[in-house]
Design a protein around this ligand. Structure first.
Ligand SMILES: O=P(O)(O)OC[C@H]1O[C@@H](O)[C@H](O)[C@@H](O)[C@@H]1O
Length: 218
């Protein structure tokens, strides 16, 4: 028991932590959001394209590829990271290749509808894309595309996309979608994608038919 004459304990100086979420300004306004995990993982998501352009582990190693020639502004797409292909993947439709979401300016979604709680996720950012009147001329469907980018408990990168039909007449629409990931890989022979085993895929090479993934090797 501490006596009345004991000196008060010296208050420990609080350990300075960088903020978990930082909004970085570029020359033309808000440019990107930087997510930091307390263990040292980081990710960056650009408002242009709603595109993740960096994901680093606790050693600071970059896990995504971004071209040194990448341009981060309209009208092109950023070459690298994780472009979002929407509402069309590839050339499977009448829109420009991979759709227009990857070369539109997304907004920060300050009030996203709740998602199921994942107690391991402490750091996340929410973005939203809605069509402009110009977009509606080329793809006449009103939507809200919400994207959550999160760093999980082991530094895993989670992307959650929610696409809502906001057509006033309730008319349904269909779309194709992809996260067009550019992973930074030192040796492709060591890369395996376990979850895709036995799933059908459409080959981009002749004879252009559905095939089944028979090996986890990429
Ligand atoms: O060059 P873009 O329009 O950004 O498309 C990215 C890639 O999209 C893929 O679907 C194509 O198979 C690649 O050839 C292409 O490089």
């Amino acid at each position: 028991m501490a006596g009345a004459s004991s000196p008060p304990p010296t208050p420990k100086s609080p350990k300075l932590q960088p903020p978990l979420l930082e909004r970085a300004k570029g020359p033309s306004g808000l440019d990107k959001i930087v997510l930091r995990d307390p263990r040292g993982f980081t990710a960056e998501v650009r408002l242009y394209g709603g595109q993740v352009t960096s994901w680093k582990n606790e050693q600071g190693d970059e896990l995504l590829f971004v071209s040194s020639k990448a341009v981060f502004k309209s009208p092109g797409a950023i070459r690298g990271g994780i472009p979002i292909c929407f509402p069309q993947f590839g050339t499977h439709g009448n829109l420009e290749k991979h759709g227009f979401a990857r070369n539109r300016l997304w907004l920060v979604d300050d009030n996203p509808p709740p998602l199921p709680v994942n107690s391991g996720i402490k750091t996340y950012a929410d973005l939203i894309l809605k069509p402009s009147e110009e977009d509606l001329k080329i793809w006449p469907h009103r939507f809200e595309f919400r994207l959550r980018v999160a760093l999980g408990p082991k530094g895993d990168l989670f992307l959650t996309s929610r696409i809502r039909n906001t057509n006033t007449d309730g008319k349904p629409f269909s779309f194709t979608f992809a996260y067009h990931t550019y992973f930074s890989v030192s040796d492709i022979r060591c890369v395996y994608a376990l979850q895709f085993l036995f799933l059908p895929f459409l080959s981009f090479f002749p004879p252009w038919i559905f095939q089944a993934q028979t090996s986890p090797r990429v």
